[in-house]
Design a protein around this ligand. Structure first.
Ligand code: F3S
Length: 399
């Protein structure tokens, strides 16, 4: 792989062992995927933050970077959710020893220069790349969003490779950075209009399962607001490894593909009933559940507004946790949405998410959520059963 003089210096340790370690990792990655060179990145997003996921080895690695005075070169480097809300962790019932370890991890990231956004929607927290920008993002739901909806270019990075890119300012030039890999290779004709976020996420979940490594081109979808696109991508990226999709007349690159390219793609049709079945398969049949968790991916301001208005004058009869980013939380608080949700008995949480937080000791048996991604992961990460319903059905059932 061709390296510039500057990149060679990084690799040879002229700027310290920390930087050399990161460059070595990226060179190995580039060689595996036969990248011809490195390119500069304008933005990074780093996952692998919760102590529950990275444990002592991850903490030690981060501390070693911090001790070697390694700093990120890429100013726009944001962080995925951690295992706790930094202010409300007691209300989440988290043990103090976990909180202490999680705090050490966050401190180490801060010393390395990463912005502690702690959200999987960094594009709502000031990290919003432009079309065509090369970026290095991890977190599958964020990666598919930045590629598909924003039109920037990233591979599906691991937490470590995204951090290495943030530190070196480089990523190997391969995969979804190249024009030829951004072409759709399956054309999905959607024969219904999704009517809520569960149908959008369920459509993604179904297509990701059938075509786990493809670039789908959706037609017939009509209007999709950005929350539905977020759910569509999260579904595609959780049942499969889909990292890029296009929606006819909507996403930025869809117009680039002419009739010939689409004619060569495999064809597939999907009906509302197929999606309904996919969602039912993810979901427990019994109606009883102990908690409602919303906000996977993190809720936007509009989604918080809808929850707040729905709960006006109501009281919830079960645990209701709504997850969002701190930047959205601050706005939502200012507009009174957080107050309305918490007055009804819910809790609005930031910095964390239902999957990476250690909630397995809360004694929950079944959780109701509007997220197909959460439904996919929660049974294994938090040992709970899951029921999937639209946000309003979830709220109606407990208020
Ligand atoms: Fe975000 Fe956690 Fe879901 S990182 S996409 S809320 S699993």
């Amino acid at each position: 792989m061709y390296l510039t003089r500057e990149e060679e210096k990084m690799l040879d340790g002229e700027y310290g062992e920390g930087l050399a370690k990161c460059m070595r990792l990226l060179v190995v990655l580039g060689e595996i995927f036969e990248a011809e060179k490195m390119v500069r990145v304008k933005s990074c997003h780093v996952s692998g933050v919760s102590y529950k996921n990275i444990g002592e080895p991850g903490l030690e690695l981060l501390k070693s970077f911090a001790m070697e005075n390694v700093r990120v070169k890429v100013k726009k480097t944001t962080l995925n959710p951690s295992g706790m809300d930094r202010k409300k962790w007691r209300r989440m019932g988290l043990p103090e020893n976990f909180v202490q370890k999680q705090t050490e991890i966050l401190k180490a990231f801060k010393r390395v220069g990463v912005n502690l956004t702690c959200s999987c929607t960094p594009y709502l927290a000031g990290n919003k790349p432009k079309p065509g920008d090369y970026v290095a993002w991890s977190e599958s739901s964020a990666t598919v969003y930045v590629n598909s909806v924003l039109g920037a270019r990233t591979n599906r990075e691991s937490g470590l490779s995204a951090l290495a890119s943030a530190i070196t300012g480089r990523t190997p030039y391969y995969g979804y950075l190249l024009d030829e890999n951004r072409k759709p290779n399956v054309k999905v004709k959607v024969k219904f209009k999704p009517s809520n976020v569960v149908e959008a996420g369920g459509l993604g979940y179904l297509i990701g399962k059938i075509f786990p490594e493809r670039v789908p081109f959706f037609s017939g979808l009509g209007f999709m607001d950005f929350d539905w696109l977020k759910a569509l991508g999260a579904g595609l990226a959780s049942s499969g490894a889909v990292t890029l999709y296009h929606v006819e007349n909507l996403t930025p690159e869809a117009k680039l593909f002419d009739g010939k390219c689409l004619a060569e793609a495999e064809k597939f049709e999907v009906e509302r009933e197929d999606v309904k079945k996919a969602v039912e398969d993810l979901s427990e049949a019994e109606e009883r559940f102990d908690a409602v968790f919303l906000g996977c991916p993190h809720y936007s301001l509009n989604q918080l507004k809808d929850v707040a208005y729905f709960l006006r004058g109501r009281k919830v009869k079960a645990k209701l946790w709504v997850f969002t980013s701190r930047s959205v939380y601050v706005k939502a608080k200012g507009l009174g949405y957080v107050g309305l949700i918490e007055k009804a008995g819910g809790l609005v949480l930031c910095d964390t998410c239902m999957v990476v937080s250690p909630l397995e000791n809360l004694g929950l048996e079944c959780v109701c959520t509007d997220s197909c991604k959460a439904a996919h992961y929660l049974p294994s990460t938090n040992r709970v059963k899951v029921k999937v319903k639209s946000p309003f059905e979830c709220l109606e059932a407990i208020s």
